[in-house]
Design a protein. Structure first.
Length: 370
């Protein structure tokens, strides 16, 4: 089963490594492997969240996410998205943007001899609005989770009080708006304040719109099929969502994946500015393995066996959202971002194992007394 799930990822990795070696020798091969590892470490929490949504989708929409979705993830977010940002920021045409990406200044300088900015510089300059959009989208997802009353809690001393105050209407929007205003006021440069505000509001609107449409069509599906639905940190749950409900879950997953990929794409430029190497490492290796991990979690029923993993992933999302917002004014090393996610996921896994052992011991003790 493991080989069947990870087979494509392993195969794509081998091909990507060969292409990297042909393209740039041993140095390119090494950089591609480093970027692949970076993407997987940064996106493990993404895989857990993807799995919580993917298991609610019908088999058809699962296949769509794992085929068309991976094309969007690899070519859309890891290759085309940086080019579009540079295109929009510089006013260059698409062809000129590609040429700029493939022909960096000597010694990887920030500017060419004529004073024009490099591809990496243009993309880095666009970081505040990218971070504001992705940070607010992820923050809304996190707040929607922690402000919701749920039967199983992980950090009960904190999650239960937050769930109680979460009964206040639109509290997530209020908290997210306050964080956005404070970020724009104290962390963004003066000329970037309005840009950060607009990008952050767009991130909030995107989450509310996609989440709202998901809830709307889930209700319709429930009326038609009599299915039961419950609530979650993302779009309303529905067992094996089909039709329009499945489509909006797919759309939600793509926006979520894009928000997660922002930090990886920007962080990759600390390693290399070559878009081909970035696409091979982040896209073909990293994104493929994230998809495989997602499938593995769904097929193995890992989230049902280790019930705190979803909680840990959402807390990791909250940390990532705040890191993105802080990064608007302060540089944060990508290693820290990855370690924060690993910490929350690891702690949640350990807590889940301990919970399972206690339940097993309790069940065994009950059986003995009976």
């Amino acid at each position: 089963m493991v080989l069947r799930i990870f087979g494509w990822s392993i195969g794509v990795t081998i091909v990507s490594v060969i292409v990297a070696f042909i393209y740039g020798g041993w140095q390119a091969l090494f950089l591609v492997l480093i970027l692949g590892i970076l993407e997987v470490s940064l996106s493990f929490d993404n895989a857990v969240i993807n799995a919580t949504v993917l298991r609610r989708m019908s088999e058809f929409w699962q296949k769509i996410f794992l085929t068309i979705g991976i094309i969007i993830a690899v070519f859309g977010m890891r290759l085309l998205f940086p080019l579009v940002i540079v295109w929009a920021a510089s006013g260059l045409g698409p062809v000129a943007a590609v040429r700029l990406a493939l022909n960096p200044p000597p010694d990887d300088a920030a500017y060419f001899a004529d004073g024009s900015p490099s591809y990496e510089t243009l993309l880095t300059d666009a970081h505040p609005q990218i971070a504001a959009f992705g940070g607010m989208f992820l923050l809304m997802l996190f707040l929607g989770f922690i402000f919701e009353d749920r039967e199983i809690t992980w950090l009960s001393w904190l999650e239960k009080p937050l769930a109680r105050i979460g009964r206040l209407d639109q509290l997530s929007v209020v908290v997210a708006s306050i964080i956005l205003v404070l970020t724009a006021e104290f962390l963004a440069e003066d000329e970037k304040i309005s840009t950060v505000m607009v990008a952050g509001v767009l991130g909030m609107i995107t989450y509310i719109a996609v989440n709202g449409l998901g809830e709307l069509f889930h209700i319709e599906e429930e009326d038609e099929e009599g299915a039961e639905s419950t609530s979650s940190g993302g779009p309303t749950q529905l067992a094996k969502a089909t039709g329009k409900a499945g489509f909006f879950l797919f759309l939600y997953l793509e926006v979520l994946d894009a928000s997660f990929s922002f930090d990886g794409v920007i962080g990759a430029f600390a390693i290399t500015a070559d878009p081909i190497i970035i696409a091979l490492g982040l896209g073909f290796i990293g994104a493929m393995f994230v998809r495989s991990i997602t499938v593995f979690l769904v097929r193995k029923g890992t989230l049902s066996d280790y019930v705190y993993l979803e909680h840990g992933a959402h807390w990791a999302i909250g940390a990532l959202a705040l890191i993105l917002m802080v990064s608007i004014g302060v540089h944060i090393n990508e290693i820290i971002t990855g370690l924060v996610g690993v910490f929350f996921i690891g702690a949640a896994f350990v807590s889940s194992v301990m919970r399972n052992r206690k339940l097993d011991a309790k069940g065994a003790d009950t059986h003995v007394h009976v």
